[in-house]
Design a protein around this ligand. Sequence first.
Ligand SMILES: O=C(O)CCC(=O)C(=O)O
Ligand SMILES: [Fe+2]
Length: 361
Amino acid sequence: MGEVDEAFVQALEHRPKLSFTEAEGIPLIDLSVLANPNGNIDKLVSEIGNACKNWGFFQVINHGVALETRQKVENASRKFFAQTSEEKRKVSRDEKRALGYYDTEHTKNVRDWKEVFDFSLQDPTLAPASPAPDDKEITEWHNQWPDFPPEIREACEEYAKELEKLAYKLMELIALSLGLPENRFNSFFEDQTTFLRLNHYPPCPSPDLALGVGRHKDSGALTVLAQDDVGGLEVKRKSDGEWVLVKPTPDAFIINVGDIIQVWSNDAYESVEHRVMVNSEKERFSVPFFFNPAHYTMVKPLDELTNEKNPPKYRPYNWGKFITTRKLSNFKKLDVENIQIYHFKLQELSNKLEGALSINS
Ligand SMILES: O=C(O)CCC(=O)C(=O)O
Ligand SMILES: [Fe+2]
């Protein structure tokens, strides 16, 4: 099949299997008890803790986000992506503008079969001007709203606010599940760098060779994802390393632990690899909400979760510098692996550190 450009072709070992065996899927958690002021949340906290520990991924239902709010974004997203490239490129992301439309993202140096539109929850969002460790200059990320469809801005802003409430609730439940006070994580998000992404995966002539998104872990704290009814998201099951399809569940959100929770929890909860398969017939849409802390956050294992027997497994890293290093890497092909949390891991892999730091220079 010569129809897919070489840039999209995955190495043999990373190509998707197009037939699946029926496998145990990620946990489904009912959040309805949160709507009841006298509800006992102990059972819920333990379900969330088990899901974070054993899977790093789960779905939630009865989450309090109105279906209409979600549908408005999905409809606006369909209308936006149905336009010509020329129209979409009027709001392009580039080295200077961190947010907007983009269709050449690479994951692990292979191009993804997708196009995206990024916008941040807080407009503007403050972030470092460059990845250089000594550069203290701060810049503002501004949203770039397209003219069409006219309702896209309001739909996205309303959705982002609703999702933020859900993300805080989930972080509170995760804090409780780690034996921490409910509000332990809240202050990290005061000047948050949270952003949302409209993903469009067009039909692909060779779904056996390319991926919508190559295998990766999410680098932020927590991801709350809405997927449509097409399916394609696969999660690497912790118990046996098999890729498991996350079957679409109507009106559910898919939640996953990101790298920052992994570090905060000192590996009690792990960020899990996932990827997106594409489909030769159907296009697919999804909307992740990436809940990310303030740029000045020094990410490190929480003092309460470490002690002499369980010493910190990571040295602190600056979240703003991490994310700007990642963003910049989208615009130049790296000859080294992109920055990853294991580069900050103590003891193990310390020789990898040199390679990671050279990205910054
Ligand atoms: O589209 C999806 O289902 C997941 C996308 C994803 O993993 C990401 O954008 O980080
Ligand atoms: Fe992801």
